[in-house]
Design a protein around this ligand. Structure first.
Ligand SMILES: [Zn+2]
Length: 266
């Protein structure tokens, strides 16, 4: 059976029988790979903790047969490249953020239409997990910046610096998920439901996407929370089924969505 080598982030694991595990990986070259790790749950396992979520590993695998368009490969060797998993698992906020990130990564990998796009998603995820594991930045900010950039790589880059619909520059206070970012007052009437945000929250959104951490960390908590709500809604809008791990309830979502003003009201 053909074998191959792949650098990968462990996205999630599932138990398989008494001692084995199925690991879902984001590979640098192959995108999402599902593989069996045999004997991984025995204390004597040579894989040990290397195949836990959020670890970056160098793997040898052999290819399984394709079944219904998916294949289940088998891990034969695993060497740790970056042990982010342990540090992330030790911090609840980091763990929650990382869980949202790997869930989004798995969905977005299907949207990657080329090897280059898959590799960019891999590099972004591994880099964001490294930042999380170091604990130097707020976990929610790392998660939100990751989501905005990962969605951008998938072709859904939002615009928070100007009206996403007509391009007018300015400090706007409404976000349209469908239009893909800030909308001016005129466009807000045409854009369908919009989310109200402060000018400062819009600036946080812009800074998250631009990687301007000074702005993100200087922002007030209300503005940061509002920006997080927008990021979660934007991710859910594009990932369709929504991310379970983001815990945004329908009631919360409804409270943030406003029907567009009708032109006869203004
Ligand atoms: Zn506009």
């Amino acid at each position: 059976m053909p074998t191959y080598r792949e650098e990968a982030v462990v996205l999630r694991t599932q138990r398989l029988g008494e001692a084995d595990r199925i690991v879902t990986l984001l590979g640098r070259e192959r995108g999402v790979v599902r593989a069996v790790a045999k004997g991984v749950r025995r204390t004597s396992s040579k894989f040990g903790a290397r195949l836990e979520p959020f670890m970056v590993v160098d793997l040898q695998l052999f290819e399984g047969r394709q079944r219904e368009g998916r294949s289940l490969d088998t891990v034969t060797q695993a060497v740790t490249i970056s042990p982010y998993g342990a540090d992330i698992a030790a911090d609840w906020d980091a763990y929650a953020a990382a869980s949202s990130m790997v869930e989004a990564a798995e969905r977005l990998a299907d949207a990657a239409d080329s090897t280059h796009a898959a590799e960019q998603q891999y590099v972004l995820l591994a880099g964001s997990l490294r930042v999380l594991s170091r604990g130097e930045r707020r976990s929610d900010g790392v998660r939100d910046a990751y989501l905005l950039r990962a969605l951008s790589l998938a072709g859904w880059r939002p615009n928070f610096a100007a009206c996403a619909r007509c391009g007018t520059a300015g400090g706007f206070e409404r976000v349209s998920l469908a239009a893909g970012g800030a909308v001016c007052d005129a466009c807000a009437r045409e854009a369908g439901p919009t989310i109200a945000v402060s000018v400062d929250a819009m600036r946080v959104l812009w800074a998250l996407l631009a990687g301007n951490w000074g702005v993100v960390e200087a922002a007030g908590s209300a503005d940061r929370d509002r920006a997080s709500t927008v990021v979660a809604a934007y991710a859910q809008f594009h990932l369709e089924r929504g991310l379970r791990s983001l815990h945004v309830t329908d009631a919360e979502r409804r409270s943030t969505l406003h029907e567009p003003m009708r032109s006869d009201e203004v």
